[in-house]
Design a protein around this ligand. Structure first.
Ligand code: NZQ
Ligand code: ZN
Length: 391
């Protein structure tokens, strides 16, 4: 096993109607003025935004607001948010939405805390953050895990460059998780979110290092729980218990718990997907589903015992003639699961008909973003990235 540090400072307030506590929770933080940051229309249409404002009013907390975060959040709105916060002397950011809203909030929080520096330099790997305003979240979509994570992913419109930045400074101080809030999600967003949650565990599970039994057990249980409840939600989206299982799994999948003892994980599928959503604006989880099987077939021989274990313990396939056959059956079973919740398993099902030039460009950008090489299961270089996109 690997040595590890595990740091999860985020307070979780979980359950029905918990958003009503937001005013009191912010009051405990002792701030002057809050930016309420949200997306397009969902938080307004559901009445959530009004409930949040009422709770802040009741607690006597001053606030300003900025909506308009789009899926795959944009740098231009981050800059706008930073300017607004400076003008309004905001010292606390409340994200009301999914991963995109939370990530946009984290970027604004970095930008306000270091007002003389360009926040994009963080995402462009030019420097490290030394400060960040406190961020809290009211989650409306179980997927990205940003509500407990140290990461945020922002797209710079110029050049369609999507980049992530990770720093413990941005871990939310608290996150309110009310599974009821996810019941208004369209089916496609629910399914994409479920794939993202699975992938956050799988990226860590397919590691070349020796692992810990406890961490493998947690990861395998997470994966099975998410698949079971994703199938329940595909038929019964209003099922509170299934929404709750998925929401908590989403946070546990990306707060570092399933890294413990096994190293940093693989992350090649995520890196490949970020270029797809950067260039084509696809939904992150659906993009992951389209890439994963092709990545898995490309690398499984380098990590055969792990893929065999995945097939037997997670996908529940019967042992085949040899480890290789079993591993391949496990990959196929996961792709069948994706199909069962109407997720794509290749680029054309994702709605992306990339030309050879676009594939070359995505592979090039992915190589630049990763300083040449992605993945831990098997190191992948630019030509490997292009081969996986082509497959
Ligand atoms: O804008 P609104 O109207 O709110 O609509 C949103 C958006 O169109 C809608 N939505 C959210 N909650 C809803 C709802 N619609 C109805 N009812 C609700 N309760 O859903 C759409 C997608 O929202 P978005 O926030 O983009 O989805 P998600 O949470 O999947 O976040 C995706 C982003 O997170 C990044 C992805 O790359 C992508 O940019 N990631 C962030 C990570 C992190 N910070 O740790 C890790 C992930 O691997 C991921 O890369
Ligand atoms: Zn993800």
């Amino acid at each position: 096993m690997q040595n590890f540090e595990y740091y999860t400072p985020t307070k979780i307030v979980f359950g029905k109607q918990t958003e009503q506590q937001v005013g009191e929770l912010i009051k405990e933080q002792g701030c002057q003025k809050v930016l309420i940051h949200y997306g397009g229309n969902s938080a307004k249409a559901s009445g959530l935004l009004d409930r949040v404002k009422a709770s802040l009013d009741n607690a006597g907390i001053a606030y300003t607001e900025l909506g308009g975060v789009v899926a795959n959040p944009l740098l231009s709105l981050v800059y706008q948010g930073i300017e607004l916060c400076k003008k309004e002397q905001v010292d606390f950011i409340l994200a009301v939405g999914g991963g995109s809203v939370i990530d946009s909030s984290k970027a604004i929080a970095y930008g306000v805390a270091e007002p003389d520096k360009d926040v994009w330099e963080l995402y462009d790997r030019k420097r490290q953050a030394t400060a960040c305003l406190p961020v809290a979240t009211i989650l409306t979509l179980a997927a990205a895990g940003s509500e407990m994570s140290e990461s945020s992913v922002i797209t710079k419109e110029e050049g369609d460059i999507k980049r992530g930045y990770s720093n413990n400074l941005s871990r939310p101080v608290f996150s309110i998780l009310n599974p009821e809030l996810t019941m208004t999600l369209p089916k496609y967003q629910t399914a994409s979110g479920n794939v993202d949650i699975l992938m956050h565990t799988m990226e860590r599970y397919f590691t070349p290092h020796d692992t810990m039994e406890i961490t493998d057990g947690i990861a395998e249980s997470l994966l099975k729980t998410v698949m079971k409840n994703a199938q329940i939600l595909a038929k019964d989206p209003q099922n509170y218990e299934a929404r709750a299982e998925i929401m908590w799994s989403g946070s546990l999948s990306h707060n570092g718990l399933t890294n413990c003892g096994g190293g940093n994980g693989d992350w090649a599928t995520h890196m490949l997907e970020h270029e797809l959503s950067g260039m084509f604006g696809v939904t992150h989880g659906a993009g992951l589903a389209a890439v994963w099987g092709h990545w898995a077939r490309y690398v499984y021989q380098a990590l055969l015992p792990r893929f065999e274990r995945f097939a037997l313990r997670v996908m529940g396939v019967a042992p085949a003639e040899n480890a290789e056959q079993t591993a391949l059956k496990g990959i196929e079973a996961m792709e069948n699961f994706f199909r069962s919740i109407d997720m794509p398993t290749n680029l054309s099902e994702l709605g992306v008909n990339a030309t050879a030039e676009q594939i070359t460009e995505m592979a090039k950008k992915c190589a630049i973003a990763s300083k040449g090489c992605i993945g831990a299961a098997k190191p992948l270089y630019e030509q490997d990235m292009a081969a996986i996109y082509t497959a």
